[in-house]
Design a binder for this molecule. Structure first.
Ligand SMILES: C[S@@+](CC[C@H](N)C(=O)[O-])C[C@H]1O[C@@H](n2cnc3c(N)ncnc32)[C@H](O)[C@@H]1O
Length: 187
């Protein structure tokens, strides 16, 4: 079920879902200047603090930003928000897009962080997965590799919610796996 709206509206619908897997929008997609980390933090706070997956599990997939000759560590922003909302960081993995030196994008790897709410500990152990996945970057694609998304979706039964749906990789994977899904996409 796709909600073509701001995910803040969807999150306030009090829908039931079991697992969140998503690629939070970057500064540029939100029209926020990379120098204005506070606005980015506030935007994510408003949304992440409404995350209520029944399993307690949330997976965030993102690349930190290179801007103004330094790295903006989105991971620090996400961790801070999630920790203040009672989530622990339970898994940290990397998707390597390229081993080449002359990368077309600014950072050649993507972080995959999974958090679990302290009070919802139904899933005490995650299956053993490699720490590092290598799926070559496809030119012109901003989407996630379906093979990667399916590995995470397999872990948690039930309804999957992706609040930043983008091109719809999560929905496509769920469809192929016969899984129910919810998505929000503003564009
Ligand atoms: C990093 S992309 C997601 C990529 C996606 N995982 C895929 O495989 O294509 C982030 C998406 O979030 C969307 N977005 C930004 N702000 C939003 C909001 N407030 N509500 C819903 N979607 C939003 C953007 O339009 C963009 O498509």
């Amino acid at each position: 079920m796709l909600y073509r709206e701001d995910n803040l509206i969807t999150l306030n619908r009090n829908l039931t879902y079991d697992y969140i897997i998503t690629g939070p929008a970057d500064f540029s997609e939100l029209g926020i200047d990379t120098k204005d980390e506070q606005s980015y933090y506030d935007f994510m706070w408003d949304r992440f603090s409404l995350f209520k997956p029944k399993s307690g599990l949330v997976t965030l997939i993102f690349t930190n930003r290179k801007a103004n000759k330094r790295i903006i560590h989105k991971q620090t922003i996400y961790n801070d928000i999630m920790f203040k909302n009672n989530f622990d960081l339970i898994s940290e993995k990397v998707w390597v897009k390229t081993f080449k030196k002359d990368v077309v994008f600014r950072l050649g790897f993507v972080n995959i962080l999974t958090y679990r709410h302290k009070k919802r500990e139904r899933y005490n152990t995650l299956p053993i997965m490699p720490d590092c996945f290598h799926y070559p970057h496809k030119r012109g694609s901003n989407g996630f590799p379906p093979e990667l998304i399916s590995k995470f979706i397999e872990v948690v039964p039930g309804i999957v919610y992706d609040p930043f749906m983008g091109s719809g990789t999560t929905a496509n994977v769920c469809h192929q796996m016969g899984r129910e899904w919810i998505g929000s996409e503003i564009n």
